[in-house]
Design a protein around this ligand. Sequence first.
Ligand code: FAQ
Length: 311
Amino acid sequence: ATRALEEHFNRLIEADQRVEPRDWMPEGYRKTLIRQIAQHAHSEIIGMQPEGNWITRAPSLRRKAILIAKVQDEAGHGLYLYSAAETLGVSRAELLDLLHAGKQKYSSIFNYPTLTWADVGAIGWLVDGAAITNQVPLCRCSYGPYARAMVRICKEESFHQRQGFEILYTLSHGTPEQKAMAQDAVNRWYWPSLMMFGPPDEESKHSAQSMAWKIKRHSNDELRQKFVDMIVPQAEALGLTLPDPDLKWNPERGHYDFGLIDWDEFYEVLKGNGPCNRQRMEHRRRAHEEGAWVREAALAYARKQEERARK
Ligand code: FAQ
């Protein structure tokens, strides 16, 4: 019987159709999706911290309102993604426990500090830009609930990228000090944003299988190249430079060549040794503990409603 189910699954994938929660799926497929979606959800939630750091110090009421909305969107994306993961038979509470125990990852990018207001611009432009490049193809992921969640998330990320670009544009056309602040932020966020796409293809242990299952549609290096090609002209429009002397248009390839990424730094951050890893995790655990009373109250309320309905 399993053979027939497996054949049905393989045919769905081959025909570019969607796998839905009640469909039979190989255990490896389920595990891979739980890993990737959980990591994605955790990234959104931990990703609220670097920018949240600037909400009280935004330079105007308008900037503050926009930043609050953006950080709230990230919370929404996290909840959306935990719900998508729950369709695979895990609970949000379990996934959060795994994150807090250091057994599941979140994106390396959120372990860098936000030193000035310009960092909020650089995160919007580069980090959300990289996120969109990675996530637009995920709208065609073979797992239905994840693919559908991505559609709305990508629309919101596009707005986030525009707001980051606009912050940097304003700074870069302001005083020389403001322009220098924008350049400094871009210098610090550029390389870590390239690392968001994951290790080079030859070191990416999950890519081949995830691409065969059509969870991933492009390799890490393909998406990284796409991102570089997109942001070079945008940097020119901003009047800012990218901190890579080897960045150069290659007419034969029809792409920009770029310099070597410091993969030692990437693996150190993954091991927990980035500039802010400890701070991010401590803050996350504390927020979870301080929210315990909300979860208890919600549970007590739900139980009461259930009892009343039964009477
Ligand atoms: N950071 O074999 P691969 C956002 C791990 S955007 C940390 O290539 P895979 C929006 C990987 O998990 C950021 N770990 O893995 C936002 C694996 O370890 P494992 C979130 C990384 O899965 C913007 C190992 O390395 N986006 O949050 C990273 O095939 C602004 C080997 O790697 C997503 O999660 C990394 N950068 O490809 C929010 C997108 N890269 O799990 C706030 C969905 C790799 O075996 C503010 N995810 N690793 O222990 C994906 O597309 C994929 O999972 C990749 C990695 C491409 C990230």
